[in-house]
Design a protein around this ligand. Sequence first.
Ligand code: URA
Length: 194
Amino acid sequence: MEHMEGPSVVDCTHCGALVDSRQQIVNGTGPEDADLLFVGEAPGANEDEEGEPFVGRSGDVLDEALRDVGLARADVRITNCVRCRPPENRDPTGEELENCRGYLEAEIDLVDPEAIVTLGKVPSEHLLERSVGVTNEAGSLVDHELGGARRNVLICVHPAATLYDRSQEETFEQTIERAAELAGDGGQSKLGEF
Ligand code: URA
């Protein structure tokens, strides 16, 4: 695909507003053959600064939940629907989501994960192409065509939701447990191998 090197976008000027607001393009991180692919919405300020998805407070929540099920960040792939930070952290527009969709689908195709975990409403609705009540549907596994094949899509609340609403914490953790089971290790510790 144009502007892509492996799974990384190296140059893209499709979204004028995002080209102006970004410091850098934030590509997915983690193994290209990961069993789990986590998909967030878009980079925030910390991610834009560091060039890595989920490195702020939401990332800390995700890291901790992964650790609790015996996984490390390095075991999973993490990416976003949109690779450039929207100005003032607004939601990406429909056009921006569509502009970036080809990159995301190419990444899904390359990684070919056991499960795609959608972190929050925007990625859930974008990937499933319907409206999603994330609080009610969190933990649901949906079979959906993406990146050229049928995929397991696991709906999850956004990690940041657990910071503002403690009742979401349990839902989040249970969904991450389910993700670990889908990864085929039954939640067994990969960290424990070291
Ligand atoms: N929230 C997201 O959706 N993506 C990030 O990379 C960070 C926070």
